[in-house]
Design a binder for this molecule. Structure first.
Ligand code: FES
Ligand code: FES
Length: 169
């Protein structure tokens, strides 16, 4: 087996210019977790099926297990560790709503779920429960039965509609 070819990547990670050396064939979630120690990004399936690895890249939620790390060059990446930066108590409104509604059990799916929900509310500010359910359908949870997750996202959407966008984007 050939040794991995190292590459150097530069991108913006959670608002900070970041440089990292990694294997050319590495996937983005591997670099975030293993090279940058941002373990809030989970690996569930590694095949684009569960959403546990969701991050926001240039403003859109993506499954980072399907993104080559090399594709992150020059991009803006937000992980769960960076979502709440600049918000009250360091929590994005979606994170605060998950805590308040008890939308978290084991927590494994939650970083990806929260990032997907934040992206949904940004794109569809007036999303109703059915729309939210559809938008987070690619994020699987084995614990909660989804009811409290949907409660949390609905609550966050309600609050974000009521507040000036500058307070939560
Ligand atoms: S780990 Fe990426 S979608 Fe499951
Ligand atoms: S809270 Fe356990 S998988 Fe969702």
């Amino acid at each position: 087996m050939k040794p991995p070819i190292p590459i150097e990547l530069r991108f913006e990670l959670n608002g900070e210019p970041t440089t990292v050396r990694c294997a050319a064939q590495a996937m983005l979630h591997e670099v975030l977790r293993l090279d940058l120690s941002l373990t809030g990004t989970k690996e569930g399936c590694g095949e684009g099926e569960c959403g546990a690895c969701t991050v926001i890249m240039d403003g859109e939620a993506v499954n980072s297990c399907l993104v080559m790390a090399a594709q992150a060059e020059g991009r803006k990446i937000t992980t769960i560790e960076g979502l709440g930066l600049g918000h009250q108590d360091g929590l994005h409104p979606v994170q605060a709503a998950f805590i308040e509604t008890g939308g978290v059990q084991c927590g494994f799916c939650i970083p990806g779920m929260v990032l997907q929900a934040a992206d949904t509310i940004r794109r569809i500010p007036d999303a109703d429960r059915a729309t939210i359910r559809r938008e987070v359908a690619g994020n699987l949870c084995r614990c909660t039965g989804y009811t409290k997750i949907l409660d949390a996202v609905e609550l966050a959407a309600l609050r974000m509609r009521a507040a000036p966008a500058a307070e939560w984007t």
